[in-house]
Design a protein around this ligand. Structure first.
Ligand SMILES: *[C@@H]1O[C@H](CO)[C@@H](O)[C@H](O)[C@H]1NC(C)=O
Ligand SMILES: *[C@@H]1O[C@H](CO)[C@@H](O)[C@H](O)[C@H]1NC(C)=O
Length: 399
């Protein structure tokens, strides 16, 4: 265990170092790193799920949908659309860093924020959109007032219907979609919907996974062929859970074991469903669970020093109260794993995405292929990939 932790920490560190030299289109990440601009590898990114990837849809929803108000976004570069609102962290989130890895400035815009101008990009199959909604989960009754995963996928189906009405036509739309990245982060919030007494946790988890796979199959039927999934976070290690009266600062191992059960079953079911019913689907599952757990168990190695307390909040572990404009806010935000009681900082998200893409770490944290392989592999049977290979060669020459 110790050995694995050390290796994992070293891999994370290596990945984080690499992240600063590869080309990426983030011109200003608020951390003084300069990056090179490079062409997008993919036509578009379509994002679904929860607050780990929401970039502002919830700003358009009435309560009780959770909103990310100030000081969220405090470290986003000036001029970022929707700066200081929308993202449930201090800066960029996982959707932003993943989109940067494939050549965009940040996540595609929040679907509910779209202006006619930006919709033109979306309708031409370029850039994409972010349908994610903080607080949502796999189940329809998770996240009261949020856009559920089912509704997010319906919104995407509407988008696709509008795309096919343009001069692009059905075939070209399908080709563009097949090359685009579909990213989903979900499940974390579903664990708070579980109520004891109705079903066992194992039954609940089995239902979560089978419902999730139904949603994924709908996306497949709509044309998704490159799917990146982020598994369930170590819910029992989140500061808000640790700070609760029963846990008294310690990680909740039972809660973590539920997330682990879900994650293991997701891998099994995804592999068999792909083999049985989703030919041509390329997917990668990134273990955000292991990435965050390893960050927590290797503070010195991963370059993040504060792994238990939240940066923004109050009370025990600065996480008994939610983050708000009047909260206690840390100044050394790049040293914290956790931004608030349940979300990570941009510093943690950046390292996490490096671990999904860069070979040494990705071999440990992604399966069956890395996110890099997911977005660069030549796709079979779609006639796609030719111009992709070309742009990769350009990219290699540029680095
Ligand atoms: C959802 O939120 C609405 C509005 O706050 C509230 O009236 C309703 O009772 C909530 N439903 C559930 C199931 O919590
Ligand atoms: C962050 O800064 C605070 C206040 O200066 C300090 O108490 C704390 O130890 C620092 N945390 C880290 C992780 O360096």
């Amino acid at each position: 265990m110790k050995k694995r932790d050390t290796m994992a920490g070293a891999a994370l560190l290596a990945a984080a170092a690499v992240a600063f030299v590869v080309c990426s289109s983030a011109s200003a990440a608020g951390d003084g790193q300069t990056r090179r601009r490079c062409p997008a590898l993919l036509p578009a990114v379509y994002v679904f799920g929860d607050s780990l990837v929401d970039v502002g849809n919830n700003d358009f929803l009435p309560p009780p949908a959770p909103r990310a108000g100030f000081p969220c976004g405090i470290d986003l570069p000036r001029g970022t659309p929707g700066r200081r609102t929308g993202r449930f962290t201090n800066g960029y989130n996982l959707a932003d860093f993943i989109a940067q890895r494939v050549g965009f400035n940040m996540s595609p815009p929040a679907y509910l924020s779209l202006t006619p101008q930006v919709s033109l990009d979306l309708l031409s199959g370029r850039v994409g959109a972010n349908y994610a909604s903080g607080g949502s989960g796999i189940l329809d009754n998770t996240g009261n007032g949020t856009i559920t995963l089912r509704e997010q996928i319906k919104l995407f189906a509407n988008t696709k219907a509008s795309m096919t009405k343009t001069e692009l036509g059905h075939n070209r739309v399908n080709r563009l979609l097949s090359r685009s990245l579909f990213l989903i982060s979900t499940a974390g919030n579903d664990f708070s919907t579980f109520s004891h007494g109705k079903a066992t946790m194992s039954d609940y988890i089995a239902n979560l996974v089978s419902t999730y796979l139904k949603h994924i199959k709908i996306l497949y039927n709509l044309g998704a062929r490159r799917l990146g999934l982020l598994d369930a976070v170590p819910i029992g290690s989140l500061p808000g859970i640790r700070a609760s009266l029963v846990n008294d600062g310690a990680c909740d191992d039972v809660a973590n074991s539920f997330a682990q059960q879900f994650n293991a079953l997701l891998r099994l079911e995804m592999a068999s469903a792909t083999a049985a019913a989703m030919p041509g689907m390329e997917y990668s599952i990134a273990s955000i669970y292991n990435i965050i757990s390893d960050m927590i168990s290797n503070p010195p190695l991963d370059g993040l020093e504060e792994v238990a307390s939240a940066c923004c909040g109050g009370g025990k572990l600065n996480a008994e109260f939610i983050c708000s404009a009047t909260s206690n806010l840390c100044t050394n935000r790049s040293q914290y794993v956790f931004w608030d009681n349940v979300h990570e900082t941009q510093a943690a998200y950046r390292r996490a995405v490096a671990a999904m893409f860069d070979s040494t770490a990705a071999a440990m944290y992604t399966e069956p292929i890395s996110f890099h392989q997911l977005v660069t592999r030549k796709q079979v049977g779609l006639g796609a990939g030719i111009d992709l290979e070309h742009s990769l060669a350009d990219r290699a020459a540029e680095i």
